[in-house]
Each structure stands twice: as C-alpha cells, then as structure tokens.
Design a protein around this ligand. Structure first.
Ligand SMILES: *[C@@H]1O[C@H](CO)[C@@H](O)[C@H](O)[C@H]1NC(C)=O
Ligand SMILES: *[C@@H]1O[C@H](CO)[C@@H](O)[C@H](O)[C@H]1NC(C)=O
Length: 173
C-alpha cells in the first residue's frame, strides 16, 4: 500500500473483509450443511439428518439420522394405515403412494379405473350381459349375478369345461 490509509478506509477495509468472510462461510455451510449420504427417497435436512419423502418411512420414523437407515415405501393398504377403499373395491399399494380400484366385475360410474378413497367409491356391478350381448354364444342364457358374469345352459346342455361360455350336449353318464 503506497498512499496514506485513512482510518475510515481501514474501517471500510475491515468491514468488507468481514463481509466477504461471512459470505464465504454462508456459501460453505450451504453446500456442507447437507448430509451427502441421504438414502434414496429422502431429502437432506442438515449435516446429520435426512427426511424421508411422503409415502416413505425408516425404522426410526420420518427422519433418518443413521447412514445405514433406509427410507422404505409405506404400504398404505396394510396395517396400521389400511386405507379404506369401501365396498366392492381393493386397495393397491404403489411406491410412495396407493390407490383404490373396483373389484373384478365392478366399475366406477365415471368409467375411471382408479380412485383415492372410500368417499370417491362409486363401484357398481358391471352388467356384462348388456355390455357384451354375444358373451354367451347361442343356446346360452346370460345371467348377471353380483360381480361376475355367468352363462347358463338350457336343460340337457352343460357348459364346455374348456370354453365356459359355450354350451354342449350332456355326454353319457
Ligand atoms: C438436524 O435436523 C434434525 C431433524 O430436524 C434435528 O433433530 C437436529 O437437531 C439437527 N441437527 C443440527 C446439527 O442442526
Ligand atoms: C378422501 O379424498 C378426498 C378427496 O381426494 C379428501 O378430501 C379426503 O380427505 C379423503 N379422505 C380420507 C379419509 O382420506
């Protein structure tokens, strides 16, 4: 430094240096303040903790503090949660979530295939006979019991065991 350094300049120098140090520290803690070992399906909270994403949990709960812990899918369809899908419906677990579907032979009034809980359940019996009039081939009578389609055969005939929608004459015996 050649010129005379006024005390105001000194003060400014010191202040700027402090500010710069402070900024560097802030930047350093922003990058170093995050655990680099966070397991899949989690986000870092600080240097010692990661938080599992919604729908995932670890053996120690939502927050993971051990490098050997993992964030695992919560099966919403099993205890203790056991999300209720309502009547004629089934709970389907997915990674990080779940959804409900109507049981086989049932469908939502809207025609959609998935819904999220009991309050949205409009599962109703599909009338397969009406939807598919040829489902039972000639000589068969289509009946529509709750939830599944059955073809019935007229007297003297029986359903072909190989093709349950085809009636055949009863064999001897
Ligand atoms: C890190 O976050 C966890 C969970 O929020 C907390 O319990 C812990 O005290 C925090 N540790 C530090 C060093 O901030
Ligand atoms: C069911 O779903 C509706 C709409 O998605 C939501 O508002 C409601 O809180 C849910 N109920 C339960 C019990 O999860």
């Amino acid at each position: 430094m050649g010129g005379p350094c006024l005390s105001i300049q000194h003060a400014l120098c010191v202040l700027l240096t402090l500010l710069e140090d402070g900024l560097q520290n802030t930047r350093a803690s922003a990058t170093m303040g995050c655990a680099s070992w966070c397991p899949p399906h989690s986000t870092c909270v600080n240097t010692t903790a990661c938080r599992c994403h919604p729908g995932f949990t670890s053996s120690s709960g939502e927050v993971v503090t051990s490098i050997v812990d993992t964030c695992d899918d919560i099966n919403e369809c099993k205890p203790p949660l056991m999300m209720s899908c309502g009547k004629f419906a089934e709970c389907q677990n997915t990674e990080g979530s779940y959804h409900c579907t109507c049981s086989p032979g049932y469908e939502l009034i809207s025609g959609a295939t998935k819904f999220s809980n009991e309050s949205e359940n409009t599962c109703q019996d599909m009338d397969e006979c009406q939807q598919n009039p040829v489902i039972c081939k000639s000589r068969r009578i289509c009946v529509n019991p709750q939830g599944s389609n059955t073809c019935k055969c007229p007297p003297g005939f029986e359903l072909n065991p190989k093709y349950p929608k085809v009636c055949q004459g009863r064999g001897p015996g």
